[in-house]
Design a binder for this molecule. Structure first.
Ligand SMILES: Cc1cc2nc3c(=O)[nH]c(=O)nc-3n(C[C@H](O)[C@H](O)[C@H](O)COP(=O)(O)O)c2cc1C
Length: 167
């Protein structure tokens, strides 16, 4: 028998989730009023063939309805780009975003990596919607990564060797 079906205490849930270290992205798109973006760390790779990635978007975010049916770009931020993460999370004047001229989908200049997507499927995720995008283009550069854990930004130093053979 399950121990308890009572919903977890929100603070306890936050405390657990804050111990899961992630990268930080800004998801950019062409809104009805020009290029816009939103900071998101609920980003994950889903499938290699077809190439699919997932973002989880809160119902209350302005981007929610717009991201359901239009292409978007996931800009994975470098260690020095914390001001952009703050700016696109609603901070005033944290950074002046610079956009790549002529990009098919609005994209930030010089992220650590970027992944352009067309909308593929979306799923109910409680007070969020899980949006799966099909990768249409991508790119990356060298550098350290911006991270988020313990409700704080941090950094992960670039590495040249990994454990791909285990995955
Ligand atoms: C580190 C960090 C990660 C975040 N991750 C998400 C996320 O995965 N999904 C989401 O909907 N909001 C996330 N947010 C909150 C949005 O960035 C915030 O609500 C933003 O104002 C949404 O912009 P919009 O309302 O203009 O669309 C995150 C904020 C921070 C600081």
């Amino acid at each position: 028998m399950p121990k308890s079906l009572a919903p977890p205490n929100p603070a306890a849930l936050r405390a657990c989730m804050s111990r899961f270290a992630t990268g930080v992205t800004v998801v950019t798109y062409e809104s009805d009023s020009g290029p816009r973006g939103a900071t998101m760390n609920s980003f994950t790779s889903v499938s290699a063939d077809p190439a699919l990635v997932l973002i989880s978007v809160g119902h209350r975010a302005r981007c929610h309805d717009q991201l359901l049916d239009r292409p978007f770009c996931v800009n994975i931020l470098g260690a020095e780009q914390e001001p952009l993460a703050s700016q696109f999370a609603g901070a005033q004047n944290a950074a002046e975003p610079r956009w790549v001229a002529g990009a098919r989908i609005p994209r930030l200049e010089n992220p650590l990596a970027w992944v352009e997507c067309d909308p593929w499927r979306s799923y109910d995720g409680g007070d969020h919607t899980l949006i799966v995008g099909r990768v249409t283009d991508l790119g990356h550069r060298d550098g350290d990564a911006l991270t988020y854990a313990w409700s704080r930004f941090g950094t992960a130093v670039e590495a040249t060797d990994g454990i791909e053979h285990l995955i």
